[in-house]
Design a protein around this ligand. Structure first.
Ligand SMILES: O=C(CO)[C@H](O)[C@H](O)COP(=O)(O)O
Length: 650
């Protein structure tokens, strides 16, 4: 508020208002104020509402200046003194005095002065902050500089790293190209194409990286990098192909001319896998023998059981290569489903395929009549459905499961799957039936009972020896209990049980009562690398005789040619056992009951058979040809008199 609002001049001698300038702008009862002013000379300011009434009384003339209450009083009185010098006391002269440029100038200067004072105050109060701002700006610019420097270094480091990865990828690509150049090692043609395209790509990329590395290490170029997914896929494919390649070399009779489906080498069983414990080896060889004998290339719908032996079953099946493309696999539970999916096999379910060609499953114990206790893994409901649905049901286990009487080694009892709400009643009833302290199976690292894949509970009901003498009767009695869903007693279901022994042999019990022992096949170079053997026999690289026995440690035992033939024959003998298992009548010219088989084949027949067999070479795809050629050789082949094959009926 910087203006004078109203100006009055009153002559108290005459009681006359001489000037009342700008009378309407301020509503103040001036007469009331004038009457209060004493008659003597005086000078005072009154506060009247929002207004300040400044007056000076000089010799009966009262000068009043009304301003806003915030207006500077000094200015008002300065203006009053100017009024006193006016010659003409009138509204116009007061107005012109108010509007003189000097007065305006003063007023403007005062305004500017005030603004400057305000600004200076503000600047002083912000002084600190401005200093801070300047400091911070300096900091930021130095940080930005350091950041730019660091990011440049990082970019360079990343670039070098990238180039190193490219070099490595290129190297892997070239190596993979070398190993996978034979399409027999690759599962699908699409994979082969993928690998070859990427090998080429990686190679070009490597060259480019090298060039840039040498010529312009500080510049980055538009990259032909394999992206991360491609690199990963390439590495995975390469890895699996390398792995498959080595497995194939180990397990297949490979031949450039051989077309799919591949035939597993029946002469070769893995008996010396150093990483496996004896029990695991037993499981593996049992699984391999069972697959070899029961999963033919025609088997299209295959049931996969549960337990620790089953992964080896899958392993062997996977080795059958492209035969699996045509197949569908039915799981008995979560574990087997995982195995099927993880091995890229086609998954089905028993409701789609109620007729299964062959089901292979583990067991907790198997008696002399092929009755089995199952359900240690709580999968026995599905296992039984798949066993029943299968044309051939085969049990695969290690030697510990081979028993005369159930309940001997598996003492935790008969696994019984029950409806959850009925478990207490079944526990009572199964006890009444004769079970000794039946228990509800509890989860490990889970509070509460085991819940099966079918959302049921499991009761383990141990019985005394007498009950296991008639497992079928026991099965029927338990099954009759209300609330029981399935019983882990598999009676009269298996066609054969394969027990793998830690010494590398496989004992095969069949439903027809025959018991065969498939002896450990000796691991010879001839079995594993048949073509390498032929090559080495004829081409001595160091001039020494290749038939010299290898001394000291090492995976194979090079033998003399005769020894190799002997080993070969022993392998063929194993094949025969397998064949006989498939067709018990095929080699039944000898009714052997606890007897060593004897030969009625002449020496000449045997030599002819041997020649024929050797002429088959190693690309053995026709088992019947082997069988025909081996009939003679297989009997009496063991010149040392070792009991390698015994067939007897118990
Ligand atoms: O019946 C089973 C699961 O219900 C299994 O086949 C049985 O428990 C054998 O398992 P493993 O081979 O691990 O001993």
């Amino acid at each position: 508020m910087t203006t004078i609002n109203r100006v009055l001049i009153f002559d108290s001698n005459k009681a006359e208002l001489i000037v009342d300038y700008n009378k309407d702008s301020v509503d103040v009862d001036v007469h009331k104020i004038i009457h209060k002013i004493p008659p003597n000379n005086s000078k005072l300011s009154y506060l009247y509402g929002d207004y300040l009434v400044n007056y000076e009384s000089v010799d009966g003339i009262i000068y009043l200046v009304i301003t806003h209450k915030d207006f500077d009083r000094q200015k008002s009185f300065g203006f009053i003194s100017k009024l006193q010098h006016l010659d003409d006391l009138s509204d116009d002269s007061v107005a012109s005095l108010l509007n003189t440029p000097t007065h305006q100038l003063h007023s403007n200067i005062n305004q500017v002065k005030q603004v400057m004072i305000d600004n200076v105050d503000q600047i002083i109060s912000r002084g600190d902050r401005i200093d801070n701002l300047v400091d911070r700006t300096n900091d930021m610019s130095s940080q930005a500089f350091a950041f730019r420097k660091r990011s440049t270094m990082l970019r360079r480091q990343m670039w070098y790293k990238n180039k190193r990865i490219q070099l490595l990828t290129g190297f892997v690509g070239v190596v993979s190209g070398f190993f996978t150049s034979e399409s027999t090692l690759i599962k699908h043609q699409a994979d082969a194409l993928f690998i070859h395209v990427h090998v080429l790509w990686a190679f070009i990329d490597t060259l480019l990286a090298l060039l840039v590395f040498i010529l312009a290490p500080n510049c980055t170029i538009p990259s032909f990098n394999l992206n991360i997914i491609s690199t990963y896929k390439l590495a995975k494919l390469t890895g699996s192909c390398l792995l498959r390649g080595s497995q194939l070399r180990m397990n297949f009779i490979t031949s450039p001319s051989q077309t799919t489906p591949k035939r597993l080498n029946p002469l070769r069983l893995h008996t010396s896998l150093p990483t496996l414990s004896p029990t695991e080896q037993g499981k593996r060889i049992a699984a391999y023998a069972a697959v070899d004998a029961n999963v033919s290339l025609d088997s299209r719908v295959i049931g996969i059981g549960s337990g620790s032996t089953v992964p080896y079953v899958i392993e062997r099946i996977v080795q059958q290569g492209e035969a699996n493309v045509q197949r569908v696999f039915i799981p008995t539970g979560f574990q087997s489903k995982q195995l099927i999916v993880q091995n890229d096999l086609v998954l089905g379910d028993v409701d789609q395929y109620p007729a299964i060609d062959v089901t292979l499953d583990g067991a907790d114990e198997v008696d002399g009549n092929l009755n089995a206790l199952k359900g240690g893994g709580a999968c026995h409901l599905r296992e039984k459905v798949l066993a029943e649905a299968a044309n051939i049901f085969v049990i695969v286990a290690d030697e510990r499961k081979n028993s005369k009487l159930l309940g001997t080694t598996w003492t935790q009892g008969v696994p019984i799957e029950v409806a959850p709400f009925a478990y207490a009643k079944v526990l009572q009833n199964v006890q009444k039936l004769g079970a000794m302290r039946p228990t509800l199976r509890m989860g490990v690292r889970k509070a509460g009972p085991v819940v099966t894949d079918n959302a049921n509970f499991v009761i383990d009901a141990p019985f005394s020896e007498s009950y296991y003498r008639d497992p079928k009767e026991l099965l029927m009695r338990i099954k009759m209990l209300t609330g029981v869903v399935e019983v882990g007693l598999f009676c009269g279901m298996a066609k054969a049980a394969y027990f793998g022994y830690s010494n590398g042999s496989v004992l095969i019990r069949s439903a027809d009562g025959t018991v065969c022992e498939q002896a450990s096949t000796r691991e010879t170079t001839h079995n594993v690398y048949p073509r390498a053997l032929e090559k080495d026999r004829h081409e001595s690289r160091n001039g020494l005789q290749n038939v010299t026995k290898k001394q000291g440690a090492g995976p194979h035992a090079w033998g003399t040619y005769d020894e190799e033939i002997n080993h070969y024959e022993l392998g063929v003998k194993d094949t025969l056992v397998g064949l006989r298992m498939r067709n018990p009548h095929a080699a039944e010219n000898s009714d052997t009951r606890h007897q060593r088989r004897t030969s009625n084949v002449s020496v000449e027949d045997r030599d002819n058979a041997r020649k024929e067999r050797l002429s088959l070479g190693n690309d053995i795809t026709d088992l019947s040809a082997i069988a025909r050629s081996s009939a003679a050789g297989s009997v009496n082949a063991n010149a040392n008199g070792d009991a390698l094959v015994d067939a007897h009926v118990e």
